[in-house]
Design a binder for this molecule. Structure first.
Ligand SMILES: [Zn+2]
Ligand SMILES: [Zn+2]
Length: 135
């Protein structure tokens, strides 16, 4: 059993992985999240500072939710994050659409290389067989 101190209130609790928060504080954070989400829905033009002050959440927590794609913002909202790859302003997640596509393409190419591998080995095998027949 892994017993830890809650990062928020300091109470001991059975740690089961993820963020080191006790069940009470996890619940509190979830309630906060719902509150923030509703606030943004009602105030689509609110900035991070305003959302943070009005809901008693740190701007860091708000940014974390955005990175986790749990919060998303309207196109005309002043809230935005920099794409981790090119720095373009994005509304949610870690990368802009272009960088996401690029990453997806790279992954696709890696996958294709792996698929071609057995094929190459087969050609080699055939060539070896032919050489044997030539003799
Ligand atoms: Zn706690
Ligand atoms: Zn980008």
């Amino acid at each position: 059993m892994d017993v830890r101190n809650c990062k928020d209130c300091g109470k001991l609790f059975n740690y089961i992985g993820g963020v080191p928060l006790c069940p009470t504080c996890v619940k509190k954070l979830d309630d906060k999240f719902v509150q923030v989400k509703e606030y943004i829905y009602d105030h689509p033009k609110a900035g991070v500072q305003e959302v943070s002050e009005e809901n008693d959440v740190t701007p860091g927590q708000i940014r974390k939710w955005i990175r986790e794609e749990r919060l998303a913002f309207a196109e005309d909202s002043p809230i935005g994050l920099a794409c981790e790859s090119c720095g373009a302003l994005i509304k949610t997640g870690r990368f802009c659409k272009q960088c996401k596509d690029k990453i997806a393409n790279n992954l696709g190419n890696l996958y294709k290389d792996k698929v071609q591998e057995p094929q190459k080995r087969k050609d080699f095998h055939d060539r070896a067989k032919m050489r044997f027949l030539d003799n």
